[in-house]
Design a protein around this ligand. Structure first.
Ligand SMILES: CCCCCCCCCCCCCCCC(=O)SCCNC(=O)CCNC(=O)[C@H](O)C(C)(C)COP(=O)(O)OP(=O)(O)OC[C@H]1O[C@@H](n2cnc3c(N)ncnc32)[C@H](O)[C@@H]1OP(=O)(O)O
Ligand SMILES: CCCCCCCC/C=C\CCCCCCCC(=O)OC[C@@H](O)COP(=O)(O)O
Length: 298
């Protein structure tokens, strides 16, 4: 056999070689045709894909391959953060406060996302405040805040009244949730309505929004609230200082809460105070003192 191949005439060998060459050319042509029909991402992976999502992911990866330098930079940034955050946490009290507040707000926004569908079943309803209250109660454990409530029995279970309390920080919300009587809604600044999911959750829970810059509008909203207090089994929580005051003292009271109490033939029954250090470092004790309701009518 071997001998036969070696002794084959020259022209037969040339024909065979020519055929082989042609076959190779055809195969290469076919492969090139198939390659041209494929997308660039498919080409880079060397295979056809079934879903546009996979194609998009592949394109994305292909783009990243164009910037090979980005990975070390990202890794460096990540390591820097990993070092910087704990350093700031342990060395700078104000950074620690900032992180805690950021988490507090972020966590509330997240909880609100969970609360919204549950509250939406009832629509806008003061009963939804119970749901928000339940969902917020655990936050004090996250921050190691001990809440001590005294005199909560002074809250009548079912009559209209206005609760007034001092306001040092947005953390007052935690204390409020501890003592909030049934069917009681806070009066809040209108801006809170636009605080994403938290605003929507507040709206669903019947929080009353007032525009502090428009006294006339705020007064008319509060007059409506007074009518509601007279006709329905609800109560209202007002921060009479009208804004937060971090320095431990009290600001002069705005008059709305007291007009409201007079219009609804009720009187403010509660005084609350929050230990100052709990505001400064986001830990410590929160003490609520609930005072008896004023006996006389307006
Ligand atoms: C699981 C997911 C959770 C998600 C998340 C949940 C969070 C669920 C809890 C949210 C909790 C939020 C908590 C927010 C806490 C705040 O947003 S605090 C800020 C909002 N609150 C307030 O502003 C307090 C109420 N403000 C007032 O009452 C103010 O009096 C007003 C009505 C805004 C007006 O303020 P002002 O114009 O600056 O000043 P003021 O001197 O009080 O009044 C001006 C005049 O109007 C008269 N007036 C005032 N009110 C009345 C009235 N009702 N009738 C007749 N005359 C009146 C006054 O007598 C005064 O007249 P004069 O006596 O001088 O003649
Ligand atoms: C898509 C939009 C995203 C918006 C993100 C907004 C970030 C807000 C984040 C979380 C909201 C947490 C709700 C906490 C409620 C506490 C209410 C509070 O304490 O408000 C302060 C108000 O009493 C007095 O305000 P000022 O002292 O006058 O100022």
């Amino acid at each position: 056999m071997g001998k036969g191949r070696n002794t084959a005439p020259r022209d037969t060998q040339a024909v065979c070689a020519e055929r082989e060459l042609e076959e190779k050319k055809d195969a290469a042509g076919a492969r090139e045709g198939q390659r041209r029909r494929q997308s660039p991402a498919e080409r880079s992976r060397g295979g056809a894909t079934k879903s546009p999502l996979v194609d998009a992911a592949k394109r994305c990866v292909a783009r990243m391959e164009l910037w090979p330098g980005i990975w070390p930079v990202l890794l460096l940034l990540f390591l820097l953060l990993l070092f910087l955050l704990p350093t700031l946490w342990f060395c700078s009290p104000s950074a620690k406060y900032f992180f805690k507040m950021a988490f507090y707000n972020g966590w509330i926004l997240f909880l609100a996302v969970l609360a919204i569908p549950v509250c939406a079943v009832r629509g806008r309803n003061v009963e939804n405040m119970k749901i928000l209250r339940l969902m917020l109660l655990h936050i004090k454990y996250l921050y190691g805040i001990r809440v001590e409530v005294r005199g909560a029995h002074h809250f009548p279970p079912s009559q209209p009244y206005v609760v007034v309390s001092n306001h040092q920080s947005s953390l007052d919300l935690l204390g409020m949730m501890e003592v909030l009587p049934g069917r009681c809604v806070p009066i809040a600044k209108r801006e809170l309505l636009w605080a994403g999911s938290a605003g929507l959750a507040c709206w669903l829970a019947g929080v009353i929004f007032i525009d502090r810059k428009r006294t006339g509008d705020a007064i008319s909203v509060m007059s409506e609230v007074a009518q509601t207090l007279l006709t329905q089994d609800v109560r209202v929580w007002v921060f009479p200082e009208g804004t937060r005051n971090h320095n431990g003292s009290m600001l002069p009271f705005k008059r709305g809460a007291f007009h409201l109490a007079v219009q609804a033939q009720s009187c403010p029954p509660i005084k609350t105070s929050i230990a100052r250090r709990s505001v400064a470092s986001l830990r410590g004790d929160v003490r609520y003192g609930c005072c008896p309701q004023c006996p006389q009518k307006g």
